[in-house]
Design a protein. Structure first.
Length: 452
């Protein structure tokens, strides 16, 4: 079995996935506005040889639950939330190999300026930056950006397809590989005949301009995506290199991973062009008893109410309007289709059943046990679930990441399931172990290169 991939999952906010745990006396998430908090986080992740840290983002507020943002604000359910890009330069400066994935929303970010921002980060990180492509799912975000409501689900993906075409043209085609000369004697920085204006006129975007950044180590950042609807899976299979899934069960993971790889092949790529990571929460102790005691300690601080506010906006349904034992049978909304499918399937779930799953203020149950038990569980997920690795959500910060690094990683390394040191090269080279750091020719971005 090839070594698994592991990312530390977080967000530039107080409360992320496991809601309410910021109230734990040992939790330091209230320091999220302090750069030292993020620098220490990056150092811990690199000490554990983690592949990277992944910072999520949302540009709206969860205001559907009880028809108001009051619950989210009171419980810090991803509000306040700061820009995830800003801390990355400092985090890269104190690390050498750690990768960085950052969420940026195509619906609200102008592609020309965004392309420069990512090229800048790719330069400053020496090729360790990745972009998680999202289209958003909150009407509150749309209203904040001057729209009445967000575009329909599939329309958001249609626009994102064109968005990617624009940024691919900028990253891959605006500057030839040999355009930059840096010739002091000849007083020639770059050959103008090898720098191209990108002209695009489509249904959603128009532009005519030269990419403002010279080619960075990866040119196009490593591409992450987490769409789990049918439309989202097609998008991921066509564009993504690293795909995040959130299967709550091992049995549910295998069909999803197989479908994603089959779709990638359908789009002319290789099945192993996708690295698939499943979302996990881990509570580990030196013994099983210690882990169970820690879980009970954590549970006293979890917030079901914050989780219901988050979940309501995720699925586009106000869960406060349902009786505890009333099935949630609504099949369509304009929000997160995969999250909605989980609760409205056959049989449809009830709010009580959802609450029963919220062990740590999250709709995902944690893995709990000794280092050996956690390693056993992760190994089974890779072997039987078909995943390549994991996106590790925080519980009590920074304790949960330190526990994983100090207790679980050594066991995985002893078993040959996780690397003992980093490979050289860019984030893309570290992940796939091949190439020059650029996207392979089978990727759709390659079509926009000049003079292959």
């Amino acid at each position: 079995m090839k070594p698994m991939r592991i990312y530390a999952f977080d967000m530039n906010c107080v409360g992320h996935i496991n809601h309410g745990l910021w109230t734990h006396p040992r939790d330091t998430a209230l320091n999220y506005t302090d750069l030292d908090y993020w620098v220490d986080f990056a150092r811990t992740a690199e000490r554990g040889k983690l592949d990277g840290v992944f910072l999520a983002d949302v540009v709206g507020v969860y205001d559907l639950y009880k028809g108001s943002p009051e619950t989210s604000i009171r419980t810090a359910a991803q509000i306040p939330v700061n820009d995830p890009i800003i801390p990355l330069s400092a985090m890269a400066y104190v690390t050498k190999h750690l990768g960085f994935g950052v969420t940026v929303n195509t619906t609200y970010e102008p592609p020309f300026l965004f392309a420069r921002r990512m090229s800048t980060l790719d330069h400053l990180t020496k090729g360790r930056i990745g972009w998680n492509i999202v289209t958003g799912y909150l009407d509150s975000a749309a209203r904040s950006m001057g729209m009445e409501r967000q575009p329909d689900h599939d329309a958001r993906y249609d626009a994102a397809e064109e968005y990617l075409e624009v940024v691919y043209k900028l990253w891959e085609g605006s500057w030839d590989d040999d355009a930059v000369k840096r010739d002091k004697v000849g007083r020639l920085f770059a050959d103008p005949s090898k720098v191209w204006a990108v002209r695009h006129e489509g249904s959603h975007y128009r532009m005519d301009g030269i990419h403002l950044s010279e080619p960075s180590p990866q040119r196009t950042p490593l591409l992450f995506q987490a769409g789990a609807s049918a439309r989202g899976q097609d998008f991921a299979a066509r564009h993504a290199e690293c795909v995040f899934i959130a299967s709550p069960t091992l049995q549910g993971a295998r069909p999803l991973t197989e479908a994603l790889r089959q779709r990638a092949v359908h789009f002319g790529r290789q099945a192993d062009d996708l690295s698939i990571l499943n979302l996990i929460t881990v509570v580990v102790g030196r013994t099983e008893k210690e882990a169970e005691d820690k879980l009970e300690d954590y549970r006293r601080h979890a917030s079901v109410e914050a989780s219901l506010a988050h979940y309501s906006s995720s699925i586009g349904i106000d869960l406060s309007k349902f009786g505890l034992d009333e099935p949630i049978e609504q099949k369509t909304t304009n929000a997160n289709q995969s999250a909605l499918a989980v609760v409205s399937g056959k049989p449809a779930m009830t709010p009580r059943q959802i609450i029963d799953q919220m062990v740590l203020g999250s709709r995902q149950k944690p893995m709990v046990g000794s280092p050996e038990q956690i390693a056993d569980c992760l190994q089974v997920w890779v072997e039987e679930g078909g995943v390549d690795g994991f996106n590790l959500a925080r519980t009590v910060a920074p304790e949960s990441l330190r526990d994983f690094v100090d207790l679980v990683i050594p066991v995985l390394q002893e078993r040959g399931l996780f690397k003992t040191d980093y490979a050289e090269g860019t984030l893309r080279q570290k992940l796939f172990g091949r190439g020059d750091g650029r996207l392979p020719s089978s990727h759709p971005a390659a079509a926009f290169r000049h003079h292959e």
